[in-house]
Design a protein around this ligand. Structure first.
Ligand code: UGA
Ligand code: MN
Length: 383
């Protein structure tokens, strides 16, 4: 028997494969699945996400995968439909289609980033807790007041908190009215929040050493007592620097947890002293001042449970003694203190004080020639 030439064998195989591809293409074209969108309005971002459309089944790609090219092809198809779907090309229609395209892209980005966030360390807390949605909430109390650095400081803190799951930001303004700039900042970042105001009593405003942020924090304590059942309270001033790992350290606080704070006094540090058994035996701080708890405001967190139990405990209006006064009234023993940040060997928060800038001269920007312009609007921001 004469063996067949290997070349003809290959040619036959190739022909068969081509025929199969042809069949697949023809079938898809007939069912309208290949690159056509019969009606731009029925186009759904689900088709880009590999999510089946909920029963509409109107000839669109149901099983495409998430990919840049998937989005681009889909948008190309929508653009190609303009003017050819038998409808008049009005400004409204173009706007509708543009909006729809923007929506597709936004959905795509959100889904894609959402995926990335859980798969990588983009959100430290999300990564640490996996799919656990049952986390204790951190009630982060931030006193704030109007000054040139206020919005930059709050912007930085907001962007830190974007990386923290299960956080509720209680922003309390030392002001007679709520700032619209802060309200829109809070809304824009979408962090769960409560926006309150509580003014420093007049009598303290005149003194040289002011009890800063005390009225604000006490108003937040009232809010927590009326609105929360569990979780943890942390007093986070607006001008500090927070490593996002800190929030995961404090999240499961039973009573009171503590950790080191950097950039405090001339010694550059405030921290509990922890022995080799992991027990807090003392405190290290450049300003002991006869305090039982010589700690920084940023150096401890308290469980909501304890705040509820000690329902009459507030922060005293005594400059420098706010933390000590508050902690003393909580009736805690040294063994109640949970040292965090790897037995207080890590600095995860710094008492950075933003450089104080002199108030701006608003008169130039307030001039008549800027009426109705962007400069007029920026006035709101100038302090
Ligand atoms: C330190 C402590 O970290 C504060 O917690 C403490 O309240 C303060 O000293 C004090 O003993 O008086 P420090 O950096 O010196 O903080 O103070 P600021 O950052 O100026 O103020 C603390 C917080 O209160 C900030 O969040 C700030 O925005 C707010 N604050 C300050 C007001 O709400 N009103 C004010 O008049 C001043
Ligand atoms: Mn400060």
């Amino acid at each position: 028997m004469v063996p067949r030439a290997p070349l003809s064998k290959m040619a036959a195989g190739l022909f068969f494969i081509c025929f199969l591809i042809y069949l697949v293409i023809i079938t898809r074209l007939e069912s309208g699945q290949f690159g056509t969108v019969s009606d731009p309005a029925s186009f759904s971002s689900r088709m880009l996400m590999n999510h089946p459309t909920s029963g509409s089944g109107d000839g669109i790609l149901l099983h495409d995968t998430i990919s840049n090219s998937g989005v681009i092809t889909a948008i190309d198809n929508m653009v190609n439909q303009i003017g050819t779907a038998g409808t008049e090309l009005t400004e409204t229609r173009v706007k509708d289609i543009s909006n729809e395209i923007a929506k597709q892209i936004a959905d795509y980005v959100v889904q894609k980033l959402g995926k990335t966030a859980t798969n990588s360390n983009v959100c430290y807390g999300c990564w640490k807790h996996g799919n656990n949605t049952d986390l204790p909430v951190i009630y982060l109390v931030t006193p704030t007041y109007r000054r040139p650095e206020q919005i930059p400081d709050l912007t930085r803190l907001a962007q830190t908190l974007l990386n923290v799951p299960a956080v509720h930001w209680i922003v309390v303004e030392d002001s007679s009215s709520l700032s619209t700039v802060i309200a829109s900042l809070l809304k824009r970042y979408g962090i769960p929040h409560t926006h309150l105001k509580a003014q420093m009593p007049e009598k303290y405003k005149k003194s040289k050493l002011k009890p800063r942020g005390v009225a604000n924090r006490n108003a937040a304590l009232d809010w927590v007592r009326s609105n929360c059942k569990s979780g943890v309270v942390y007093f986070a001033d607006d001008d500090n620097t927070y490593d996002i790992r800190l929030f995961e350290e404090m999240r499961y606080t039973k009573k009171v947890s503590m950790w080191p704070v950097g950039l405090v006094t001339k010694v550059g540090l405030s921290s509990p002293v922890v022995n080799n058994k992991g027990v807090v035996i003392d405190f290290f701080d450049g300003w002991m001042a006869n305090r039982k708890f010589p700690v920084d405001m940023a150096g401890f967190a308290v469980s909501v449970q304890l705040v509820l139990e000690k329902s009459d405990v507030y922060m005293p209006y005594v400059p420098g003694h706010e933390e000590d006064g508050f902690l003393k009234k909580l009736d805690i023993t040294p063994t109640d203190i949970e040292p965090k940040a790897d037995r207080c060997t890590q600095i995860l928060v710094w008492h950075t004080q933003t450089k104080s800038n002199s108030p701006a001269n608003r008169t130039t920007a307030a001039g008549k020639r800027y009426k109705g312009t962007n400069i007029d609007m920026l006035q709101e921001w100038i302090v």
